[in-house]
Design a protein around this ligand. Structure first.
Ligand code: 3H9
Length: 697
């Protein structure tokens, strides 16, 4: 048919093969090829057709790269309606991940056969979209309203076996998919099986309360997101309207989603996450070192979580602690975490046991003589870290990679404590490390290319989203966070309350408000860091007086039951504490600050633009490779709403000129120290360019 779709006749069956790597996305060429093949088969001697794909997967969806560009015919919904209208039976043969428009293609076929390893799903919601090629109308006709709402609102793929249980797949096989599909098509043709058109089915009626309950739950499940309510409306339309009218409504709401800034942001995140994995300037032929076993120094919360990340990926781990007591404590926490995962249904008991079996303990560095990678995860003491690296240098085999999980320290200095700085880099995990997806990979001055390449590839194996950072205090994420937290404290003392500051950011979409984050992390962490600094280096006391007073009063945050809020010992539910408000007001008075109310918009702008401004400096200095990398860090590591696309995309969306004007307003009110605009921001505004355009430079 064309370069990406092939059509051959095998006996009485027409075989349509899509071959468009990497994931057979429905580009214009694939759509055209499918249409031509269906039309060719309609007029030849075949009795039925099979649609299948070459490569790792059946069609994984519409081609996201085409989104936002002018429509090119044939449009997918029209193509799929023609597929369904075929007078000859069409069988879809599914392997890999039949997702989005790919699964909708399968749903427009008359029968579906799948490999048992295949997964199907409608992940459009993760791109701020809804299935726009009949998915919201066909799935309810096959699987009912409730299963459809779950599938489409979650966006999570389901296994072929489960899809068969709920009526979305007809036959599941374990091998020889194409041969089985051909046999199935022949049998259907021979028995004159009906040409089953899903659009001709009706949707079983459910009570209105089903939709009402799901809609009510969206406030929590999909806070702030615009696609999910539209999905609910489409599925409701499938029940209340004819197929044609329902599809028309689906089309309208799909277009609304496509124009919505939330979808633009989520599509940006889709590509940003994948681009982040690529290291600029690293050629494709840089080798990868083999990593079969890992050592971890330090069995605290962080070390334990890191150990679990590797064990969960089937990589064996040796956890090293300073003595047996500390080791036992570390391993017990890991046991408890696995037990928790089993209890919550995240892991089966046997899988948990297998993973746990990969973790062993030791109290001597000699146990690390054979491991391929060591990650140091002890507390933030630079001298201790250097000492550990000098010891690792002696204990580990040549070629072993030595990584530090430091959040702040200078990785160049740590590397210099060894005779092999080329093998040293940072691997900055986020707590809890077995759950949080982000990994900042810190490239030191002497880190070898193959070491970096190995760790980037390894991050995929342990299911992390890796972002490369250069060396600076706090790397990308924590460096930017300083301004964000500073503004949170300033808003608090200048006129806010813990509740008003938290609510402003939470309502804007952050996973947690900044004051609650402080309580969760422990207020003593920042306190200790400040105590280690001379007073004149601590910055504006207004930005830290209140937490210092709280720590000195024993209010360390959640772990002591009290911080900015008071926490219930059992449920951890937080309540406001009038004592804290009194402390805030007292400290404001002591510092000569006249408090006046600050509205939510100003709180948000001050905190978010502090992030943006520092992000601009990080880009200028080359600490981050690209703006999208910063967005990935913030979405995966700091609870930034993905539907706002990360701080740098958000700045582009608001308009860099608007961001700069607001920052200049803050500079006029609060001074140069905190609000001098980043030169890159000024330059881009002067040149009338966006960050996205700057990235393409
Ligand atoms: C949709 O279908 C709308 C319809 O309802 C209605 C339309 C009217 N398009 O993730 P990977 C690229 S919305 C273009 O690293 P994996 C990806 O960028 C769509 N490109 O591999 C990467 O490129 P590069 C609904 C795509 O094995 C390469 O393929 N579908 C697309 O870890 C490999 O990707 C989805 O949302 C695409 N659709 O995972 C599915 N998909 O090498 C989105 C991938 O240059 N895709 N690429 O960086 C996925 O979830 C995963 O890619 C998949 C493979 C599970 C398929």
């Amino acid at each position: 048919m064309n370069d990406v779709v092939n059509y051959v006749i095998d006996g009485n069956i027409g075989v349509i093969t899509v071959n468009s790597p990497p994931v057979n996305a429905l580009s214009q060429a694939v759509r055209q090829g499918l249409l031509d093949a269906i039309r060719a088969a309609a007029s030849d001697d075949t009795e039925a057709m099979v649609i299948h794909c070459e490569g790792r997967t059946f069609i994984a969806g519409a081609d996201i790269k085409e989104f936002g560009k002018p429509h090119a015919e044939p449009l997918l919904p029209d193509l799929l309606n023609e597929v369904e209208a075929s007078e000859k039976i069409i069988v879809a043969a599914l392997h890999g991940t039949a997702l989005g428009g790919g699964f909708e293609t399968a749903l427009s076929c008359h029968y579906r056969i799948a490999l048992d390893s295949a997964k199907v799903g409608l992940p459009e919601v993760k791109l701020g979209l809804l299935p726009g090629a009949g998915g919201t109308q066909r799935v309810p006709r096959l699987a009912g309203v409730e299963a459809s709402l779950e599938l489409i609102l979650s966006g999570a793929p389901i296994a072929a076996g489960r899809a068969a249980e709920i009526g979305l797949v007809d036959k599941v096989v374990s091998t020889d998919l194409l041969a089985e599909a051909l046999a199935y098509a022949r049998q259907l043709a021979k028995t004159r099986a009906p040409v089953r058109r899903t659009s001709e089915l009706t949707v079983e009626n459910v009570d209105d309360s089903v939709f009402d309950n799901v809609s009510a739950g969206l406030g929590k499940r999909a806070r702030g997101q615009t696609a999910p309510p539209r999905i609910v409306e489409c599925v409701r339309s499938a029940m209340t309207m004819s197929f044609e009218d329902g599809q028309k409504r689906e089309r309208e709401l799909f277009s609304e989603c496509m124009q919505d800034p939330q979808s633009v942001a989520l599509r940006h995140m889709f590509f940003a996450e994948r681009v982040a994995a690529k290291v600029a300037g690293l050629s494709d032929d840089v080798p990868i070192r083999d990593v079969k076993s890992v050592g971890i120094i330090g069995g605290g919360t962080m070390g334990g979580g890191i150990a679990m990340s590797f064990a969960n990926a089937g990589i064996s781990v040796t956890l090293v602690e300073i003595n047996n007591k500390a080791l036992r404590r570390g391993l017990t926490i890991i046991d408890q975490n696995y037990a928790g995962s089993v209890k919550r249904g995240k892991l089966s008991e046997s899988k948990a046991a297998d993973c746990r079996g990969l973790i062993s303990g030791a109290t001597d560095y000699s146990a690390l003589g054979d491991v391929d990678l060591v990650i140091e995860a002890v507390f933030e003491d630079p001298e201790l870290k250097k000492d550990i690296f000098a010891r690792l240098d002696k204990a580990c085999k040549p070629g072993a990679i030595l990584a530090t999980n430091t959040s702040y320290q200078d990785v160049n200095e740590i590397a210099a404590a060894t005779m092999r700085p080329q093998d040293v880099l940072g691997m900055h995990f986020f707590s809890p490390a077995h759950i949080m997806k982000l990994l900042e990979v810190v490239r030191a001055d002497k880190t070898a290319d193959d070491v970096l390449n190995t760790v980037m590839a390894l991050s995929k194996r342990i299911r992390k989203v890796a972002v490369v950072s250069g060396v600076c205090y706090g790397f990308i994420g924590n460096r930017m966070l300083q301004g964000y937290f500073r503004e949170a404290q300033l808003c608090l003392i200048e006129g806010g309350s813990p509740e008003s500051v938290d609510a402003a950011l939470y309502d804007w979409g952050m996973a947690m408000g900044p004051i609650s984050v402080g309580d969760l992390a422990g207020l003593d962490v920042g306190y200790k860091a400040r105590q280690a600094q001379p007073e004149e280096e601590r910055g504006d006391p207004a930005a830290y007086r209140v937490p210092d007073v709280l720590v000195e009063a024993g209010r360390l945050g959640q772990k002591s039951g009290k911080g900015f809020y008071t926490y219930d010992a059992d449920t951890r539910a937080r309540t406001s504490d009038p004592d804290v408000q009194a402390i805030i007001e007292r400290e404001a008075a002591a510092l000569g600050i006249e408090r006046s109310p600050i509205d939510a918009e100003e709180i948000v702008d001050r905190l978010i633009y502090a992030l943006v401004n520092e992000g601009m400096r990080i880009l200028e200095e080359g600490i981050a490779q690209r703006p999208g990398d910063i967005d990935v860090v913030y979405v995966y590591g700091y609870g930034f709403p993905a539907w706002r696309g990360g701080p740098m995309h958000y700045a582009d969306a608001v308009g860099l000129g608007n961001v700069l004007s607001r920052i200049e307003e803050f500079r006029n009110r609060f001074g140069d120290d905190n609000w001098a605009p980043a030169p890159l921001l000024e330059k881009l505004v002067r040149e009338g360019r966006t960050l996205a355009e700057w990235t393409e430079r």
